[in-house]
Design a protein around this ligand. Structure first.
Ligand SMILES: [Zn+2]
Ligand SMILES: [Zn+2]
Length: 133
């Protein structure tokens, strides 16, 4: 299966979320601030589409099934909740650098989400971006 690399930015401040200093499977991971049961810390999600590897600090103690709040590590605004997952947790959205968006569920262990493009050119750009890597 082809692996797609996601480059994304915050929908509020438009700062890139990929962290060049933290790699998952060799690619800059997506960095967020998360809050779980009153504790805040950094969390990284794999930037390979369909890969669910994360880096989570132990002190956050995120267990499968926990719903966590996601914040931008730059402007610290909460990520916008766009809809409700079938699991009843909110789904949040980030923007792709190439255009389009990525939506994901805030419940640990629930991988219901995906990339969406409203403009066909955005899909072209996304695939073009991946051709170069
Ligand atoms: Zn931001
Ligand atoms: Zn869910």
């Amino acid at each position: 299966m082809r692996k797609y690399f996601i480059e994304a930015k915050c929908a509020s401040c438009h700062t890139k979320l990929n962290d060049d200093e933290t790699l998952i499977k060799g690619k800059p991971a997506l960095k967020f601030i998360v809050e779980n049961k009153g504790h805040k810390g950094y969390l990284w999600l794999s930037s390979i589409y369909g890969d669910h590897e994360t880096i989570e600090p132990d002190e956050l103690n995120i267990l499968p099934g926990d719903v966590v709040s996601f914040f931008c590590p730059h402007c610290r605004k909460p990520l916008p909740v766009v809809d409700k997952c079938y699991c009843k947790a909110g789904r949040v959205k980030i923007e792709l650098i190439s255009g389009g968006g990525l939506v994901f569920c805030t419940r640990k262990g629930c991988y219901y989400g995906g990339i969406s493009f409203s403009d066909p050119d955005d899909l072209d750009n996304f695939l073009g971006l991946n051709k170069k890597t």
